[in-house]
Structures are given as C-alpha cells and as structure tokens.
Write a protein that binds this ligand. Structure first.
Ligand code: UDP
Ligand code: MG
Length: 319
C-alpha cells in the first residue's frame, strides 16, 4: 500500500518562544498518523530573533523536517504561499506557529480528507486570549465580506486547514500579489467541509497583527474579492445627481415666481462641500483599485528565498 504524503506548513515570524513547545507536539501527531507519510515544513518569514537557527537545527536533526528562509519579512500570506510552493507532493496542512491551531486535531482533518474532501478548514467556536475589540472587528469583517464577495467566504475561519493535492495545485496557479488567502482558498472550490474547534490563546509571545494591520487586511479582502465599492460609488453619484436635479428645478421655479434676491449662500456652500466630499471618496475608491492594479502589473516575485534546507529533496524535484 502506498502511503499518502502530508506536509505540515508553518509560517513563523519571530516565534523563538513557541516553536520549541510546538515542535514536539507536531512530531507526536505525525507519529500517531497511521498510513501517512508525514513531513513538516517551516517557513521563516524574515525573523529577527533566533527562529531561523532553531528551525534549521530541527531540519538537520530530522529528515522529515525541512526549513525555508525568506530573504526578508514578506507577511504571513506570502510566507504561506512560499511554504505551499515548496510542498513536493501530496496534501498540505497549514498551522500557525503559536499553537493557536492545535495540532492534536489534525487526525480529524485527515479523516475528512480520506472521506474525499479537498478543503477541510477549522472553524473557530470560541476564541480565547483575543481582545474584545479584535473579536468585534472580526465579526463585522466577516459580515461585510460575506455581503460583498461573490465567492462565499466562511466566517470565523482562518488558515488552519488541510488541502488535498488537487486543491493545492489549483491554489498554486493563483499568482496574484495581493493575496487574501481566506478568499483564495474558497475561490478554488471543490468539496469542502468545516471542522469546528476551540481556539486557544497563544502559547507565548504576542500577536503580530495589530488592529491597523487587520484593517489593511480587511481592505485587501474586500478589494480583492469584490468590486461592489466601485459600483456603490456610481450609485452614490447617480443619487446625488438626482437630488441636485430636483433641487435645481426648485431653485429655478422659486426664482421665476418670487424673483432672485441673491440669497442662498449657505445652501451653495453645503452643496459644494457635499459634492466635493462625494467626489473625493469616489476618487479614493478608484485609487485603491488602481493601486492594486499597478502592483499586479509590476509582476514581481511573491517572495524571495534565502535558504532552503530539505534533507531529502533535490531542488530539481520542485515545480
Ligand atoms: N506570521 C508570519 N509573518 C508575519 C506575521 C505573522 O509568518 O509577518 C505568522 C506567525 O508567526 C504565526 C501566524 O503567522 O505563525 C499567525 O500570526 P499571529 O499569531 O501573530 O496572528 P493572530 O493569531 O494573532 O491573528
Ligand atoms: Mg496567533
């Protein structure tokens, strides 16, 4: 019987405190998976602490572990892309380095995969250790993106998921620079299923995502998966023009009936300011999309690799 290959892909940015705790747990899970040829791939996303030397020594000590070092910090989405690109064959299981995605649940994911699902994703039932504001922001975000995006994006779902070989190779074809992974995973389609889980607090260290970074992440999601804001600008313009037209008729009728006594300065200011505001908002919106188009048109690589330690893989074997 040929054993199916499964690679854990873990992006890490300054995670020296948590990796030594996570690694033994991962190994225990790998050992317990019957009939699976398990591997671990760590991606060091430009850490400034000892993360790289840690994962490099793990890779040297264990032939199942490989380590990839990016040339600088490219962000979690690019780091995950790099990791998934370097999975040689088989399925991939994505986890956070901080233990918030419990590796002990992986057997459930594998079970679902064996039932024929391509995209098995973890859905958070409870989120420990996250501030009230972050949870509220997340809930608003999922509601907005759910309304705006044509690709349904499951709520309370992060990157914790298992991708079958065909889902993985479909994902690899998407080389866009602005990567909103939650959306990309959903866009791929195929058979998907949720695995509910309890999301614990970080093992140690602090979150790399501030509210500002989350806001930018949300913008990425909305502009990447919807053009509704652009259309909204059109409707806003139409509505304003409609109101302005009615107002003009009223002004002309009033002047014809009662004469024009050069009044109305406040109304004029109000209209000018309002229209100016609407125009700037619409311009800003177009700018958001145009800026992204500009970034895409540069066709830069998504990430650069500094080092690649893969005990058992020759570079030529990679796609
Ligand atoms: N991460 C990364 N590059 C970054 C920021 C984060 O690879 O620029 C990794 C980080 O090491 C962790 C995962 O992404 O494994 C999730 O980050 P974090 O726990 O800080 O985010 P949160 O769980 O608070 O959303
Ligand atoms: Mg985390």
């Amino acid at each position: 019987m040929t054993r199916e290959r499964l690679t854990f892909v873990i992006a890490a940015h300054n995670e020296e405190l948590v990796l030594p705790q996570l690694h033994p747990r991962l190994c225990a899970v790998l050992d317990g998976l019957a009939g699976i040829d398990g591997h671990i791939l760590y991606v060091d996303d430009g850490s400034s602490d000892t993360t790289w030397s840690l994962i490099a020594s793990l890779a040297q000590a264990d032939p199942r572990v490989s380590a990839l070092k990016l040339s600088r910090n490219f962000g979690k989405e690019a780091a995950l892309t790099a990791g998934l690109d370097h999975v040689r064959e088989g399925a991939a299981m994505i986890l956070d380095a901080d233990g918030q995605d419990p590796p002990e649940l992986v057997p459930h994911f594998v079970e679902r995969w064996r039932e024929g699902y391509d995209n098995v994703y973890g859905t958070r039932l409870v989120r420990d250790g996250e501030s009230w504001s972050k949870r509220a922001a997340a809930s608003v975000f999922y509601r907005v993106i759910g309304r705006l995006s044509r690709t349904p994006i499951p709520a309370d779902t992060g990157d914790f998921r298992l991708l079958s070989p065909r889902a993985l190779s479909a994902l690899r074809e998407m080389r866009e620079r602005h990567r909103f992974m939650k959306g990309l995973f959903s866009w791929v389609g195929f058979r998907r299923v949720a695995v509910p889980y309890h999301r614990h607090a970080r093992l140690a260290g602090s979150s790399k995502f501030s509210l500002w970074r989350l806001w930018n992440f949300a913008l990425e999601g909305i502009t990447g998966f919807s053009t509704v804001p652009l259309r909204a600008a059109t409707y806003m313009g139409l509505a304003t023009a409609g109101v302005a037209f009615v107002f003009a008729i009223w002004v002309i009728a009033k002047a014809a009936m009662y004469g024009d006594r050069v009044a109305g300065w406040p109304t004029m200011m109000a209209v000018i300011l309002f229209l100016g505001g609407v125009q700037l908002i619409a311009l800003g919106l177009i700018g958001e999309y145009l800026g992204r188009l500009y970034e895409e048109s540069k066709q830069r690589p998504l990430y650069l690799v500094d080092a690649w330690l893969a005990p058992s893989v020759a570079d030529s074997e990679l796609q």
